[in-house]
Design a protein around this ligand. Structure first.
Ligand SMILES: *Cc1c(COP(=O)(O)O)cnc(C)c1O
Length: 744
């Protein structure tokens, strides 16, 4: 099918009497067949991205754009009297929690865009990440039945279903293929569990905790289920082409493990080769060592998966045996390198705690990478320091990126058009050309200000419709949108807002340029403290938004159900990107990159990719504050007493307990207060140094507010960020993976 035929078919669609969802399905199906009809030949060597999560967002607009038919479709529909934006009613496919899942989606987009053969493997959850409602200021979780809109972008491949064996049941894994369009058509293959009621449960829910191991049987089943389906299929395909020899397996296949969730794929791979094809254990292990690579996403200890050995033995006895064998071999190898007992323990894939998925991945993986420069340094010198001592060649950095197709071209066509006009449209094909903007910034500040104002108008309009909060057009937008976690310090932002509010009330803050603070965040349902922070922010918002004294100066919005589609609007309409994690704890962040590319300045700590962002866009064009990693380390060693800092911020912090706000009688605000002042059995008081950095944070927010008044100078800072954001395109990241790890 060519473009003309597509348009002809589109024109034939009879829209009369059809619902939006029906039309969505019909047009998507047509676009899908158009896209697939132009799919090229399969590649000789492929890279496979195994990920428990793919946070895709809405496919409709993105796919039409990638197929080059978005504008035609818009026109044809307009002629039929339909505004293409009605399809915004179709909800996001939220098969992921946050950054890790969104990264996987950006990587697939970039690989297809670059024409590189990268195929994804994951789980087709019936319910994606919960839909968030806010009731009385509290988060309420509702099921996300994304398939209720139909799933026109997937093709069920019944004939390629596989059996996955657990000790107590057999499960059928049925693949659903989602095409990823670009210079080539790649595939995201999501497995759906079918069979008995128990079997089907495996692909029912996405775990909504992105930072802790549920430690549940079901989670273990999910991880094995999709890993086994993927490697089983890859081995079979290899045999079909090359016969039963595996010494050349890695010449055709390379498998990237996105965090520890798919690490059991290593054991399954060795199990199949040894048990089904009689390859010796040593040979199978050698092939695995050339095939798998591992990406670490977090240093938070609660997220480093360690599987209980008895549990593995009970439901996956053959995998248990393989894991034990791998560990014996690992110990032999480490002994021959003369590692001390302590060092062996540090690196061992099996210990009294269970099977360490991270240590297994580091041992077998041909490469181990962190996701920003600082993060990789922390892996080398702290988390995996022993492994780094013996196997330094395995360690690499791959700073994350985001796809400019969704996060600039699609979500900000206005800025994209300004770029076209200023530097030509070459950047659309080669993002590196964005740097040409540096020479033209002074010429286009006024036009940029107009574009930003338009994106803000669109955002505020959307917020008015969805949150029922009116934000005047001239308000500066400060945004903090990301998962809710103590280390990301939304609580610090809440306190800072209260300090500013109090300062406006008592007159100590003067000449304040009107501002809105926009939050968006989901909390894991079981994470009580994070949920208390959501309630606290909503209480603050209710109070401030209804205060006539400050109403014209300050507003606070907590947007409901933050997801990819909301993010597309927020990143384009924001002036100031808040990235304020405790130094050393945010591996990279990718939200920070989306904002940067759309021309927001970063107000942040020296953490994750913020460091590289300010290095490239200039410290003078961003706002860095707070303790750096060394200082945090020193505080931890010398002992940090938050009480001293508490006294400087008494009014804001004590509003948690002095009756200013109500927690609905749950006691959750008192618990939050005590987490800062007395700690708990599992952590010290103010474990994330919120009070320590609060003063400099407030000062920095106020400095930004003053600087903003010089509109032109501020626009220059914002444009410097856009002009230097090419490095944070996932095209750059994927090229590095392709060259330095995958060799595709
Ligand atoms: C980009 C993105 C994230 C990741 O944000 P961080 O600020 O890097 O944590 C999370 N959720 C959604 C919906 C996103 O688009």
């Amino acid at each position: 099918m060519d473009k003309k035929q597509f348009t002809d078919e589109l024109e034939k669609i009879d829209a009369v009497g059809k619902s939006t969802v029906e039309l969505y399905n019909e047009i998507s199906a047509l676009a899908l067949s158009y896209g697939l009809s132009n799919a090229g030949k399969p590649a000789e060597k492929n890279a496979y991205y195994l990920s428990m999560e793919f946070l895709i967002g809405r496919s409709f607009f993105n796919n039409l754009m990638e197929l080059g038919v978005l504008e035609e479709t818009r026109k044809v529909l307009a002629n039929k009297g339909i505004d293409i934006n009605v399809f915004e009613e179709i909800e996001d496919a939220a098969l992921g929690n946050g950054g890790l899942g969104r990264l996987a989606a950006c990587f697939l987009d970039s690989a297809a865009g670059l024409g590189l053969p990268l195929q994804g493997y994951g789980i087709r959850y019936k319910y994606g990440l919960f839909k968030q409602a806010i009731e009385n200021g509290f988060q309420v979780e509702l099921p996300d039945d994304w398939q209720s809109f139909g799933d026109p972008w997937s093709v069920r491949k019944e004939s390629e279903a596989r059996s996955i064996k657990f000790a107590d049941m057999m499960v059928t894994a049925v693949p659903y293929d989602m095409p990823v369009f670009g210079k080539r058509v790649n595939t995201l293959r999501l497995w759906q569990a079918e069979g008995s009621e128990e079997a089907r449960k495996i692909s029912e829910y996405l775990y909504p905790a992105d930072d802790t191991v549920e430690g549940k049987l079901l989670r273990l089943r999910q991880e094995y289920f999709f890993s086994a389906a993927a490697v089983g299929e890859l081995i079979e395909k290899h045999i079909k082409k090359h016969g039963k020899r595996f010494d050349n397996f890695s010449d055709f296949n390379t498998i990237q493990l996105n965090d520890t969730h798919p690490v059991l794929a290593i054991a399954e791979f060795i199990r199949i080769l040894t048990a089904e094809y009689k390859v010796s254990f040593s040979d199978a292990l050698e092939v695995a060592k050339k095939t798998f690579a591992y990406t670490n996403h977090t240093v938070l200890p609660e997220a480093l998966e360690c599987w209980n050995a008895e549990l593995v033995k009970k439901i996956l006895p053959d995998i248990y045996s393989v894991l034990i064998k791998i560990n014996l071999r690992q110990r032999e190898e480490l002994a021959s390198l003369k590692c001390s007992e302590e060092e062996v323990t540090a690196m061992s894939s099996y210990s009294p705690y269970g099977f360490s998925m991270a240590n297994l991945a580091v041992y077998v993986g041909k490469s181990v990478n962190g996701v920003a420069r600082l993060h990789t340094e922390i892996l080398k010198h702290a988390l995996f320091k022993t492994a780094y001592k013996y196997f330094p060649e395995k360690f690499q950095n791959k700073t994350n990126g985001i796809t400019q197709r969704r996060w600039l071209m699609l979500c900000n066509s206005e800025l994209s058009a300004l770029l076209d006009k200023t530097i030509g449209s070459g950047w659309r094909g080669d993002i590196a050309e964005l740097s040409e903007l540096n020479a033209r910034i002074e010429d286009i500040t006024q036009e940029f200000i107009t574009v930003k104002a338009e994106k803000k108008r669109q955002l505020y309009d959307y917020i008015r419709q969805h949150e029922n909060i009116e934000i005047p057009q001239e308000f500066i937008a400060y945004s903090q949108v990301k998962r809710l976690h103590e280390y990301k310090r939304q609580l610090m932002t809440a306190f800072a807002i209260l300090e500013i509010y109090n300062g406006l009330k008592d007159g100590s803050i003067k000449d304040f340029a009107p501002s809105v603070f926009i939050f968006g965040a989901k909390s894991a349902p079981g994470y009580k403290r994070a949920k208390a922070i959501i309630k606290f922010i909503n209480e603050i918002a209710a109070k401030i938004n209804s205060d006539g004294d400050t109403n014209g100066l300050l507003k606070v919005v907590f947007v409901r159900n933050y997801n990819v589609s909301y993010a597309e609007k927020i990143v384009a309409g924001t002036d100031v990107s808040l990235q304020v994690s405790t130094a050393g704890l945010e591996a990279s962040g990718t939200g920070n990159m989306k904002f940067m590319m759309n021309g927001a300045v970063t107000c942040g700590t020296m953490d994750g990719a913020n460091i590289e962002i300010v290095e490239l866009a200039g410290k003078e064009n961003n706002y860095i504050f707070g303790a750096e990693v060394d200082e945090i380390e020193k505080l931890k060693q010398d002992g940090y007493d938050p009480i001293e800092y508490l006294s400087r911020h008494k009014a804001a912090v004590e509003s948690l307990i002095d009756g200013t706000f109500s927690d609905g009688g749950t006691g959750c605000f008192k618990e939050l207060y005590e987490s800062l002042t007395v700690g708990a059995s599992w952590h010290k008081p103010d474990n994330y140094f919120v009070l320590y950095d609060l003063q400099s944070f407030v000062e920095t927010l106020l400095k930004i507010n003053r600087d903003y008044k010089d509109k032109k100078a501020f626009a220059v800072k914002q444009l410097k960020n856009t002009a230097n954001s090419a490095y944070f395109s996932s095209d750059r990241t994927i090229k590095e993976y392709a060259k330095e790890i995958w060799e595709i």
